[in-house]
Write a protein that binds this ligand. Sequence first.
Ligand code: HEC
Ligand code: HEC
Ligand code: HEC
Ligand code: HEC
Length: 274
Amino acid sequence: MSYKIEKIDFQFFNLLMRIFLRSLLFVVIFILLPQILFSQGPGNLTAPGNKHNLSSTQTGTTIRAVSETQICVFCHTPHRATVVPLWNRRLSTETYTMPPRTPTQLTTPLNPPDGASKLCLSCHDGTIPLGEVQNLWGSQTTISMTGSLCPGPTCFGTDLSGHHLISIEYNEQLAIDKAAQCGTITYKLRNPPPFPPLLQKTESVYPCDYNQNPNGCRDTNNPHYGVQCTSCHDPHYDPTPGTTKFLRYSSGPQGPWPWNNYDTLCLQCHEACP
Ligand code: HEC
Ligand code: HEC
Ligand code: HEC
Ligand code: HEC
């Protein structure tokens, strides 16, 4: 009797095992394998909702091309680039309104800004049409778009006065001078300064004519580390669109948890006075 029960149990167990193994095989072949083969990572330009993917095929965003399906073309081109890194856009010739100088401020931002900040502003100051590129299939053209950046919260215009300083230098001397202000200020600057990419070199990463600005070239032989838009943002990578805002810190593998805490970013450079 007891033998029979065991046999039935065994057959039932066998059947369950087979169902389980087949489901497992199904999951591996039809679900996991395609995910591994075609995975794009949660924050890459090809991920749904990434707002810097202006391709007509992008989903989860409001601003994109009517029919152009390429992604990189809105910013880069293999030929006829204006400036490094193979930039496919004209740069603004605007002079900006800069933040009013504070009594404790030691740096003086370049105006117009240089470095990668100029690249961002070629869309975010709203002076150049979003779809205007230098090279698409061999000619300068304006790709037609649905939705627009301006007016809107991401359109800064030419008044940068409510924004963190950009195109400023940040080196050990600045940190020493800033620390000397303790007593008057509560936050000094970290010394030694954090390493790139959080600190973008202001000039020497790119050749000097990059600025297209006669006042923009300082001593290119010295390592001028500085703060640019790209110190805080990575234009390609946004793990949780709408929340992580392309930030280098408080977002994804480049920074620690929590993702939605901008303090983590500020404290990479600023530090409480003793
Ligand atoms: C919305 C604009 C934008 C789009 C779209 C874009 N890039 Fe970039 N890319 C930039 C900016 C700005 C920089 C300069 C970053 C810096 O100086 O820190 C850059 C830098 C680069 C660089 C050099 C440095 C690096 O980060 O590797 C490469 C390579 C690059 N991009 C490749 C691509 C490719 C490939 C695509 C399309 C899949 C693409 N980019 C789409 C804005 C963009
Ligand atoms: C080709 C044009 C273009 C360039 C160049 C560009 N952006 Fe953007 N950016 C956009 C558009 C379009 C949006 C979406 C705006 C919206 O939805 O209101 C956007 C959105 C953003 C957002 C907001 C993301 C969010 O979730 O709200 C940030 C932050 C941002 N860009 C930073 C930058 C920085 C920093 C650079 C330079 C490194 C840069 N962008 C260069 C077109 C551009
Ligand atoms: C010191 C760090 C820092 C610098 C430098 C910086 N940003 Fe930001 N940016 C942030 C943080 C933090 C946020 C998220 C908080 C917010 O939305 O204001 C943000 C938000 C944004 C947004 C989204 C605004 C919105 O309302 O959705 C845009 C667009 C943007 N930045 C573009 C830029 C551009 C362009 C530059 C250079 C001109 C720049 N940022 C320089 C830290 C910085
Ligand atoms: C990549 C480094 C870096 C990051 C990240 C950064 N800052 Fe700064 N910040 C600086 C530097 C450098 C200055 C210029 C100090 C000076 O000129 O005296 C500055 C200036 C300031 C000032 C003006 C200080 C004064 O004395 O006038 C404030 C306020 C400030 N930052 C706040 C913030 C906040 C808030 C964040 C986070 C959202 C942040 N910063 C992120 C580097 C950084």
